[in-house]
Design a protein around this ligand. Structure first.
Ligand SMILES: O=C(O)CCC(=O)C(=O)O
Ligand SMILES: [Mn+2]
Length: 204
């Protein structure tokens, strides 16, 4: 992964998982100036929506807000239905271009998540939707509040736990989504918001 002047990595990358897939953390990947303006821009300008899941015949709100942006061709399925992403905003497209260059994957969509407080979360799952292909490379950028993020191997049950901080980039690749799940647990007493952007390549 190469560096660009604005996207300085002030610390060495850390390989967190290198077995049945890879997870590499690039701490403070975004410059301090870019982090703050980006968070404010995304929080106010993205079309945040409440998604519901069908669980045991009930319509249950997921504990976070989200928004999909991307190329028109990057249709995705969620909970059995197909959706077309919203057209790129300048900020999301600029980051897409930078990330595609430095990670070496032609990302065509992004799922944005807004965790309003520590009560918002993501339960155990893998990003293993068929339209991402068998070995998806996913670039996950964190902004705002620090949050704990945990991986769990589906067979050995080994866990790898880290704190994702403002400006951190996590790149997941290879067989990771097949062998590992991940979650973002709730945090008691946290009032600060976090935004996460997961850049993905949806196959036609
Ligand atoms: O917020 C995060 O760091 C992870 C989000 C996530 O796993 C997802 O949207 O699939
Ligand atoms: Mn995920």
């Amino acid at each position: 992964m190469s560096q660009q002047p604005d996207l300085f990595a002030s610390k060495e990358p850390q390989t967190l998982i290198d077995e049945d897939g890879t997870a590499v953390l690039y701490p403070q990947w975004l410059s301090v100036a870019r982090r703050a303006s980006l968070f404010a821009d995304l929080q106010s300008s993205l079309k945040w929506e409440q998604t519901h899941l069908q669980m045991y015949g009930k319509r249950v709100p997921i504990p976070r807000l989200n928004a999909w942006y991307g190329d028109p061709s990057s249709r995705y399925s969620y909970s059995g239905a197909y959706f077309t992403p919203r057209p790129w905003t300048p900020a999301l497209q600029g980051l897409r271009d930078d990330l595609s260059t430095v990670v070496g994957t032609a990302f065509n969509s992004v799922l944005a998540n807004l965790y309003r407080t520590g009560r918002d979360s993501v339960a155990w799952h893998s990003d293993n939707e068929p339209e991402l292909g068998p070995e998806p490379t996913i670039a996950s950028l964190s902004l705002g509040a620090d949050r704990v993020f945990v991986f769990r191997h589906i067979k050995s049950r080994r866990q790898v736990r880290m704190t994702l901080q403002d400006g951190d980039l996590l790149v997941m690749a290879g067989q990771l989504q097949r062998y590992w799940q991940h979650q973002l647990p709730k945090v008691a007493g946290l009032g600060e918001a976090r935004i996460n952007l997961t850049y993905r390549r949806v196959l036609a």
